[in-house]
Structures are given as structure tokens and as C-alpha cells.
Write a protein that binds this ligand. Sequence first.
Ligand code: VGL
Ligand code: ZN
Length: 196
Amino acid sequence: MKALIIVDVQNDFLPEGSLAVSKGDEIIPIINQLQKDYDLIVATQDWHPANHLSFASQHEGKLPFEQIDLYGLDQVLWPDHCIQGSYGSEFSDELDMNRVEAVFRKGMDPKIDSYSGFFDNGKRKDTGLGGYLRARNVEEVHVCGLAADFCVYFTAMDALAVGFKSAIISKATKAIDKGAFMEKKNDFIQAGGILL
Ligand code: VGL
Ligand code: ZN
């Protein structure tokens, strides 16, 4: 079985959103079209409490995109985004969700960020995505969505780490920082990942 993982196609990562990824909206029709090629489709949803410590607003004197140490992990500080229940946290209305069988939420613990759909950034908590995919006899995952250099990359890398064949679908993802994604792409290939 081959599964499609649609990462964080939420209003805050789209044009007009608080952490907009440039041209993020252009991948939505591509993702809708791709879905027909998969046996199983799941999605992830960034889902933060308003006091999440990845938000620059929670650190006096800090600005978005500065970096800090957060309980021993490097943390980029973000603009407030994907706050539980807000419009920004909702999936885009343009995204076809009919065949999405399960949604895995992440980033709920205010003390730790969670880029990957499988684990938080400290690998302390498992979301259950790996077990779910295994229970559905998935051997291979293809990852698309936003943002290429953060949640897509870390989800695709963790898929390899837990034993799936893993690919990133280039035409169905956009990066916050294109240069950073070029380097991460190489790391992904080095680790055994495939670029489609
Ligand atoms: C993401 C930064 C912060 C993502 C989520 O979905 O790539 N990036 N939270
Ligand atoms: Zn987030």
C-alpha cells in the first residue's frame, strides 16, 4: 500500500495567512489531482494553543524568525499561527478532504514544537501516525503540502526513520526558505529518501 500524506495545507500557511508560504496556494489543485493515485490519504494539521512557546509573541523582546533555545532544542520563533479553532488553523476550502481518512494533529504541547507528523521535535511523543500506517499495510509514503523546508521535510525524514519508503513530491510542496530546502533535500536523499 502507498499512502499520500498531506501536510498542513491550512489557511495560515497560504497567501494572506500569518505564516504565508509564497505561492503555497498553487499546490492545492495539484494535490487534489494527485489524490486519485493513492490507496490511502491522511493529513496533518498544525494545532497550537495560543500560548505556544514557538510563537515570538511569548518571548519578550523577540521577533519572528529569531532563533532561541527552547528546553534544550533549537527553536525558530514564528508569528502566531494555526491557533486551535481559528480560521488560520482550518484546512483550505480549496483542498479536497473527502478521501482523507484521518487527520493527525500536532504542536499542542506549548513547551515543544512539532514539525513532523510522526513525533514532536524532541521525539518524546508519537502521534500514532506510524502505527496507523502500519496497521493499514502501508509500505511507502509520499509527502506533499507545506512547508517544504519544515513540516514536509521532517515528516518525510521520520517516515524513513520508522521504516517506510519515503518520497517528497516536489511539484506539490513550497518552501518558506528555498535555499534551506535545497540543502535539506540533499540530506533527505542521503538518508535514502526519494524526490519525485
Ligand atoms: C510549520 C513552522 C511552524 C510547517 C509549522 O507546517 O511547516 N512551519 N509550524
Ligand atoms: Zn506551527
